[in-house]
Design a binder for this molecule. Structure first.
Ligand code: ATP
Ligand code: MG
Length: 572
C-alpha cells in the first residue's frame, strides 16, 4: 500500500530543512519509506507527531504529560497505597515517544467497521476513530479486523484512521451507581448528573473457579408464594424465567427486586432492547416502592446499536461482580437473553460469520454460558459475596425446545416456566408447576418453608392429573370430588397480585392453613379474606411465632398446631 510507504510529520511549526532531513534519515534506518511529508496541525502546540508504517509516534509535550497522568490514574483506581507508588512512577518516568499502531477504515456499514493495518490489535480491545467514536474489536482476520462501533456509523467513514488504545472494553463501577439509570457504557441516562466511578473494570472476566465458590445455601426470597414454596431460589443461583410474550416474566423479576427491600441485596436490572416507555414505567414503579434505593437499571433501548445491546449484560455483570467482590449479595436480572442473542446474531452476520441453527452463529451458547457462569456464591476467603442471576427468555408459542431456550435451560440451575393459558385463565403468576424446577434451591430453603410447603408440589401434580382425567365425566365419587376441590383451593392460594410480595411468616401461615385442609369449607370467593384474617390473627396472637419464622426460619409441630388452632377459630 502506497500510503504506508509515505511518512507524515505533524506539527504547528515547520521544521528547518536541516531538521527535516535529519528526521528523514533517522526514520529511513528502521523503515522503508518513499517520502516524508510535512502536515500542518494547529492542535500540536509543542513538539511533533510522526506517522510511519501504521505507527504514530507522539513527541508532543501533551502526549508525554498524558503518559504520566494515565500512569497515576491507574494507580489511583487500584486503590493501592498511592503516595510511595506515585513517587516511584514520577522517579521512573522517562520522556520517550509513545508509538501507537494506527489502522485505516477499509469499509463500514451497519455499525461494523473493517480496518486494515492493525496487525497486533487484540480481541475485545477498544479502538478510537478520528471523530472520537469508539469501537470494540470482535473479529480478527489475517488481512483485516472487524470492529463493532459504540456510536452511529455516520461518524466514521472509509479512509478514517483508527488507533489502538491497548485497553480491553471496560465499565466504570462504584457505589455511586446505586439508584441510577445508566446505559451499557456506564453513562447516566436519568438526567441526575455525572456519576463518579471508583474503578474501571473489564466487562469480560473469567468466571470464578470451583475453589473460589461455596455451595448455595442462603435463600433469596422472591416474595411470590408459588416460587418460594416450590422453586426456591438461593443466593448465587441462576434461575431462568421463561415464557411466551406477555405472561408476566418481567413482573416476577420486578416483584423479586421489590421484595429485597431491607434485605441488604443490591439489585441490577439489565433491560435489553425494550421500549423506552416500558423501562420508564418500570423505573417509576421501582421508585414508588422505594426499590431504587438499592437498584441500578441498565437501559439499552431498542433504538441503540446492536453492539451496545450485546455488551449490556456483561456490563451489568461487571457492576454486580464489583459489589460481590466486596462480600455483598447481588441480584441481577437480564431482561431478556433472547433479544441479546438476536443482537449477537445481527453482529455475527454483519461480520460475515457462518450462520448455524436458526441463523445463530456457532458460539451463541458460549456468549450466555460465560455470562451466567459469573454468578456465584464466593468462598469465605473471597468475602462470601454472591450474585444471583434471573435471566429471562421469551418463547414462541410455548416452545421450550427452540435453540436459545434449550441453551439457557441447560446453563441455568432451574427454570420457572410461565404458561399463557394459565395467565389468561386468571392464574397469575402463571407458573407451570409441572415443568418448572429449581435444581439447587431446596438446600437454600429455610426449615419453615420446607416443612410448611410439605406435599404441595405432589398434591398439585395429583390434582392436575385428576383434573385432566375427569374433565369430561360429570359423575364423580365423593373422594375424587374432594380431591379436586382441595387442588382448586391450592391453585387459588398461589394466585398473587403484582407488586404485593408476601413476607416469609405469612407464606408459612397460608401454606400451613391450606395444606392443613382448613379451606375445605370456605367458599372460593372468601378464601382471600379468610387467609388475610388468619394471618392477622396469628400476627396478633402469636407474634413470637412470626418473628422466629422471619428471623431464623423456625418451624415445629407446636408452631403448626398453634397456627391451625388460630385458623380454626378465625371467622369471617
Ligand atoms: P413481555 O413479553 O412484553 O416482556 P412479560 O412476559 O414480561 O411481557 P409483563 O410485562 O411482566 O409480561 O406482564 C404482562 C402484563 O401482565 C402486565 O400488564 C402486568 O401488569 C400483568 N401481570 C403480570 N403479573 C401479574 C399478576 N401476578 N397479576 C396481575 N397482573 C399481572
Ligand atoms: Mg417483559
Amino acid at each position: 500500500m502506497a500510503r504506508n510507504k509515505t511518512a507524515f510529520l505533524y506539527s504547528s511549526k515547520e521544521p528547518t530543512k536541516e531538521q527535516f532531513e535529519r528526521i528523514k534519515e533517522t526514520i529511513a534506518k528502521r523503515y522503508k519509506i518513499k517520502e516524508l511529508k510535512f502536515v500542518f496541525d494547529e492542535n500540536i502546540k509543542n513538539g511533533f507527531k510522526l506517522e510511519v508504517d501504521n505507527k504514530l509516534f507522539d513527541w508532543t509535550v501533551e502526549g508525554r504529560l498524558h503518559q504520566l497522568t494515565s500512569k497515576l490514574d491507574l494507580l489511583d483506581s487500584s486503590k493501592k497505597s498511592v503516595m510511595p507508588l506515585m513517587r516511584k512512577v514520577v522517579d521512573d518516568f522517562k520522556l520517550h515517544a509513545v508509538s501507537e499502531e494506527i489502522g485505516t477504515v477499509d469499509s463500514i456499514r451497519d455499525g461494523i467497521a473493517f480496518i486494515t493495518g492493525l496487525k497486533s490489535a487484540e480481541y475485545d480491545e477498544i479502538l478510537v476513530f478520528d471523530s472520537g467514536v469508539k469501537g470494540l474489536v470482535q473479529d480478527l482476520r489475517e488481512d483485516k479486523i472487524g470492529c463493532i462501533l459504540f456510536d452511529r456509523d455516520e461518524f466514521v467513514s472509509a479512509g478514517d484512521k483508527a488507533v489502538r488504545t491497548g485497553f480491553i472494553a471496560g465499565m466504570p463501577v462504584g457505589e455511586n451507581f446505586i439508584g441510577r439509570v445508566i446505559d451499557s457504557l456506564g453513562n447516566p441516562v436519568d438526567g441526575l448528573g455525572e456519576i463518579e466511578p471508583e474503578q474501571y473494570l473489564p466487562i469480560e472476566k473469567r468466571a470464578p473457579g470451583i475453589i473460589d465458590r461455596q455451595p448455595v445455601n442462603t435463600p433469596l426470597e422472591t416474595g411470590i408464594l408459588a416460587i418460594d414454596s416450590m422453586f426456591p431460589i438461593g443466593r448465587g443461583q441462576r434461575e431462568l424465567i421463561i415464557g411466551d410474550r406477555q405472561t408476566g416474566k418481567t413482573a416476577i423479576a420486578l416483584d423479586t427486586i421489590i421484595n429485597q427491600k431491607g434485605k441488604d441485596v443490591i439489585c441490577i436490572y439489565v433491560s435489553i432492547c425494550q421500549k423506552a416507555s416500558t423501562v420508564a414505567s418500570l423505573v417509576n414503579k421501582l421508585k414508588a416502592f422505594g426499590a431504587m434505593d438499592y437498584t441500578i437499571v441498565i437501559n439499552c433501548p431498542a433504538s441503540d446499536a446492536a453492539p451496545l445491546e450485546f455488551i449490556a449484560p456483561y456490563a451489568g455483570c461487571t457492576l454486580g461482580e464489583y459489589f460481590m467482590s466486596q462480600g455483598k449479595d447481588v441480584l441481577i436480572v437480564y431482561d431478556d437473553l433472547s433479544k441479546h442473542a438476536v443482537a449477537y446474531r445481527t453482529i455475527s452476520l454483519l461480520l460475515g460469520r457462518t450462520p448455524g441453527r436458526e441463523a445463530f452463529p456457532g458460539d451463541i451458547f458460549y456468549i450466555h454460558s460465560r455470562l451466567l457462569e459469573r454468578s456465584a456464591h464466593l468462598s469465605d476467603e473471597l468475602g462470601g459475596g454472591s450474585m444471583t442471576a434471573l435471566p429471562i427468555v421469551e418463547t414462541q408459542a410455548g416452545d421450550v425446545s427452540a435453540y436459545i431456550p434449550t441453551n439457557v435451560i441447560s446453563i441455568t440451575d432451574g427454570q420457572i416456566f410461565l404458561e399463557s393459558s394459565l395467565f389468561f385463565s386468571g392464574q397469575r403468576p402463571a407458573v407451570n408447576v409441572g415443568i418448572s424446577v429449581s435444581r439447587i434451591g431446596g438446600d437454600a430453603q429455610t426449615k419453615a418453608m420446607k416443612k410448611a410447603s410439605g406435599t404441595l408440589k405432589l398434591d398439585l401434580a395429583q390434582y392436575r392429573e385428576m383434573a385432566a382425567f375427569t374433565q369430561f365425566s360429570g359423575d364423580l365419587d365423593d373422594a375424587s370430588k374432594e380431591k379436586l376441590e382441595y387442588g382448586k383451593r391450592l391453585m387459588h392460594i398461589l394466585r398473587q397480585k403484582q407488586f404485593s410480595p408476601i413476607p416469609r411468616h405469612r407464606q408459612v401461615i397460608i401454606l400451613t392453613t391450606a395444606l392443613g385442609g382448613r379451606l375445605k369449607n370456605t367458599a372460593d370467593k372468601d378464601i382471600d379474606t379468610y387467609l388475610e384474617a388468619v394471618c392477622c390473627a396469628v400476627e396478633e396472637e402469636a407474634e413470637n411465632i412470626c418473628s422466629s419464622i422471619d428471623e431464623v426460619g423456625a418451624y415445629s409441630p407446636e408452631i403448626k398446631e398453634e397456627i391451625l388452632r388460630i385458623a380454626d377459630k378465625t371467622e369471617i
